[in-house]
Design a protein around this ligand. Structure first.
Ligand code: LIP
Length: 277
């Protein structure tokens, strides 16, 4: 993909994420007074009217602008019972769509959720946008073009380039987000984990990765994720220069369901702990 094509795709994706975010705000207003219709997806969790409406807009716009591209969207893939795997063709262009990442937060009224959109060639993410409509914060990146955070605060727009912080802060001072405590983590890991400043469990993989890229969190890892959870946030980390891989230390690939992102040199310490405990 040419850099000019990535730029066009980025402009399109930023607008799309913003419009999908407006749907989430409307749905959040509706949720204030009455519950939304829910879909129970078993082990795949919950979805709501908000997820469906946001996803419907995103798919419709992508199909119109890029009719030749593949689409892998969270709710649609559940309905179509798609087997989630990477493409055989390394040149295939696929959109990874999470119309509402942090559904549980959203439904409980916890204001930490986003729209996460990524365009991937083969298994290599080309464009990624993570938009938090409540905070008006958008993290975005293009392959080779850097990662950025744009926000609107008090009516003023600010944009900054994200660069991996080089701080030799020890693990005991790190602020880490992970789903420690869920059944996906074994009890031994929790018991044996060295002292850290604090653990968080924020509930939106896309935002958590973006927060590591921005230096807001020192590290994030999680197991059993889906490509639409980590595609955009993964590229944002890579472009910010933050080390990211799967939990076996292999190069980041959105189709591999585990992820570890941490600023250097914590990344090495954490990988060591997570692969040996
Ligand atoms: C969720 C993630 C969350 C993770 C869940 C789920 P959803 O995405 O971002 O952090 O723990 O497994 O995938 O379902 O809210 O879009």
């Amino acid at each position: 993909m040419k850099s000019s094509e990535r730029k066009v795709a980025l402009t399109f994706t930023l607008k799309l994420a913003d419009d999908a975010g407006k749907i989430l705000i409307q749905q959040s207003q509706k949720l204030f007074n009455k519950p939304l219709k829910l879909i129970h997806k078993g082990s795949a969790g919950l979805a709501s009217e908000a997820d469906l409406k946001s996803e419907e807009l995103v798919i419709r716009r992508i199909k119109k602008k890029y009719p030749g591209h593949e689409i892998l969207a969270e709710e649609d893939s559940y309905v179509r019972k798609l087997k989630i795997q990477g493409p055989d063709d390394p040149t295939q262009l696929t959109w990874l769509i999470d119309p509402l990442d942090g559904t549980n937060n959203f439904l409980n009224g916890l204001p930490f959720f986003c729209v996460s959109l990524a365009l991937v060639k083969g298994t290599e993410v080309q464009v990624g946008v993570v938009h938090n409509p409540l905070l008006n914060e958008t993290f975005y990146a293009t392959r080779g073009g850097g990662a950025y955070l744009r926000r609107r605060l008090g009516g003023k727009y600010q944009t900054k380039k994200l660069r991996a912080p080089v701080v030799s802060q020890p693990l005991k001072d790190a602020l880490i987000s992970t789903n420690l405590g869920s059944s996906r983590h074994n009890a031994t890991l929790i018991r044996k984990f060295p002292e850290v400043r604090a653990f968080r469990r924020l509930g939106s993989a896309a935002l958590e990765l973006s927060y590591v890229a921005a230096g807001i969190l020192d590290a994030y890892w999680e197991y059993k994720l889906q490509p639409w959870d980590i595609g955009a946030g993964g590229l944002i980390c890579q472009e910010a220069g933050v080390p990211i891989s799967d939990l076996a230390g292999q190069t980041f690939n959105p189709y591999v369901p585990s992820v570890l992102a941490a600023r250097s040199p914590l990344y090495d310490d954490l990988l060591q702990i997570l692969t040996t405990v």
